[in-house]
Design a protein. Structure first.
Ligand code: FE
Length: 209
């Protein structure tokens, strides 16, 4: 265990502050991170950590790096308390957004909520995008509704955080390298705590009781 982890708050079933929320996320990474990533050659934690590292290396802002790091957290909806809106098994992008909503900036939440839509959008508008996807990602595309229709594309293109969502999607697609070594979850904890603290202090923060 690292010093960081030793000093961090213990996970709780009902987070009440930034430290506890980050502890909950860290706990999910630690307990579930070794799960395989949906037919890819990397684990879930390798995948999400690689996505975050690629976002950071590309110079994206912290809210987007956090979106990349947490984009698939909705797969673990049952590891989160009902207080985070995780009461039913929904599509993972919506579950993930529900878990983070009110705790993280809307830009982060939008990246999580939009990462599947971004795939469907890019499949529709970008030549070669679909065929460059992994087999598992092409397989899940059908279940996710396939490439967007022209009217769906028009609507998606109006999204406030479109570029951020598309960026996270590209890091999601690239974060599947079994040989790539990247920083651990602990490396992101100060940044995550800062984002959550700032969000909780903002007038638009959701009420958490
Ligand atoms: Fe992913």
């Amino acid at each position: 265990m690292t010093n960081n982890a030793e000093q961090a708050a213990e996970p709780t079933s009902s987070p009440r502050n930034a430290e506890q929320m980050i502890a909950l996320l860290r706990d999910v990474f630690e307990r579930r991170g070794a799960d395989s990533y949906l037919g890819e050659d990397v684990t879930m934690s390798q995948h999400m950590l690689q996505s975050a590292a690629l976002a950071a290396a590309a110079g994206l802002d912290d809210a987007v790096v956090a979106g990349a790091l947490l984009h698939d957290i909705g797969h673990y909806i049952n590891d989160f308390p009902e207080s985070l809106g995780a009461t039913q098994d929904r599509r993972h992008q919506l579950s993930g957004a529900a878990i983070l909503d009110g705790w993280f900036p809307q830009r982060t939440v939008a990246c999580v909520r939009g990462h599947v839509g971004a795939k469907r959008y890019l499949c529709a508008i970008e030549d070669g995008y679909l065929h460059a996807l992994s087999d598992a990602s092409i397989e899940s595309l059908a279940l996710q509704g396939g490439p967007m229709s022209p009217s769906e594309c028009d609507e998606f293109a109006q999204s406030e955080h479109l570029e951020a969502m598309l960026s996270v999607r590209r890091f999601d697609d690239a974060g599947k390298d079994p040989k790539l070594q990247v920083p651990t979850f602990s490396a992101y904890m100060p940044m995550l705590e800062h984002l959550v603290r700032t969000q909780l202090e903002s007038p638009t923060a959701a009420t958490r009781t």
